[in-house]
Design a protein around this ligand. Structure first.
Ligand code: SF4
Ligand code: SF4
Length: 254
């Protein structure tokens, strides 16, 4: 639990900084700090020889830094720094608290739905290339919430997007991150290779399943000697929930 408080403390500081920019107090727009804007920037540079509107070198630098972080520590950005990931987790806890039980999609359904994030990634990049505009802002929860449904939003459609994501997250923790986040799709191959990961001492494990129950992504930690899953954010919820000493540890392993 103490690890969670440290993580939430960091996330609240980051959200405060983003809101500070979003309210117009910073020297740059909050969009300058969006790492997915880095993927759109890179795509714009490759395909059109220039940055897409509202994006620039800062987005690209941020993306490169976060890909390097994913190679070092999997999707730790998603668990320790992303405001949308934080909301997905909090809504998941609220939904679980209200119903008293957590809905877990079956393994096959979960894996098929995860393919949607690649569809979203391709659609975002293709439409950005075709129009030279960030025309999908109206579907982007980070943009919609930070801009207060500002310029480029799609009225009722944008509100419906946020409502669907909120209800989805109440039912399935990390709903957007699991199934729809294009940045998560960009991180995937880097995260799969991520050096620092959760290791489980199989001989000392009692198979209680607490780690599986605690994982916001439903990763079956209790069945794996090393958590290589591309969705692992190294949030350490599993490690915190394990009743045995030193059965789960964070290790640098290939
Ligand atoms: S496996 Fe553990 S560290 Fe990875 S996402 Fe699940 S709870 Fe977090
Ligand atoms: S919580 Fe610890 S003891 Fe229980 S299954 Fe997971 S690793 Fe094993």
């Amino acid at each position: 639990m103490s690890i969670r408080y440290a993580r939430y403390g960091l996330l609240i500081i980051i959200i405060g900084l983003v809101l500070y920019s979003a309210l117009g107090y910073g020297s740059r727009s909050f969009e300058a700090y969006c790492p997915f804007g880095g993927a759109e920037s890179l795509w714009g540079l490759i395909t059109a020889g220039e940055f897409s509107c509202a994006l620039g070198p800062l987005n690209l630098s941020l993306l490169v830094a976060l890909l390097a972080l994913a190679l070092l520590s999997k999707k730790s950005f998603c668990g320790w720094a992303c405001p949308i990931g934080f909301l997905g987790e909090i809504f998941g806890r609220l939904g679980h608290g209200a119903v008293g039980e957590r809905f877990r999609p079956g393994n096959r359904t979960n894996n098929v739905l995860k393919l949607l994030r690649y569809v979203v990634l391709v659609a975002f990049l293709f439409l950005t290339y075709r129009t030279g505009e960030l025309i999908l802002r109206g579907y982007d929860p980070f943009y919609l919430l930070c801009s207060g449904f500002g310029h480029g939003t799609l009225g009722i459609i944008s509100y419906a997007v946020i409502a669907v994501l909120a209800v989805g997250a109440l039912l399935i923790p990390m709903f957007f991150c699991r199934y729809l986040c294009p940045l998560g799709a960009v991180f995937d191959p880097f995260s799969r290779l991520g050096l620092i990961k959760i290791a489980r001492d199989e001989a000392a494990c009692t198979d209680c399943g607490n780690c599986y129950a605690a994982c916001p992504y439903d990763i079956p930690v209790h069945t794996q000697p090393l958590v290589r899953d591309r969705d692992c954010t190294n949030c350490l919820e599993c490690l915190d929930s394990c009743p045995e000493d030193q059965v789960l540890t964070l290790q640098a392993r290939l």
